[in-house]
Design a protein around this ligand. Sequence first.
Ligand SMILES: [Zn+2]
Length: 71
Amino acid sequence: MAARDEWSSSLECPKCGKTGEVTFSEDDHPWMKGDTWRIESISPGFEVRTYGRTASETQFECVDCKELARK
Ligand SMILES: [Zn+2]
């Protein structure tokens, strides 16, 4: 059984100062690296703007301001 890695990243709206958190997870298959991650949860008030090829390339925005969130 492969382990499932989970990690989170904090989000902050540069306009209104709201903060939140997004949690990612990734299957621990070295030969499939980069293909198996997904978003487990995201704080209310933030949403995905663009899905990147990897979790770190994925961008989020504040739903109130439509500003790109800082990670
Ligand atoms: Zn905002």
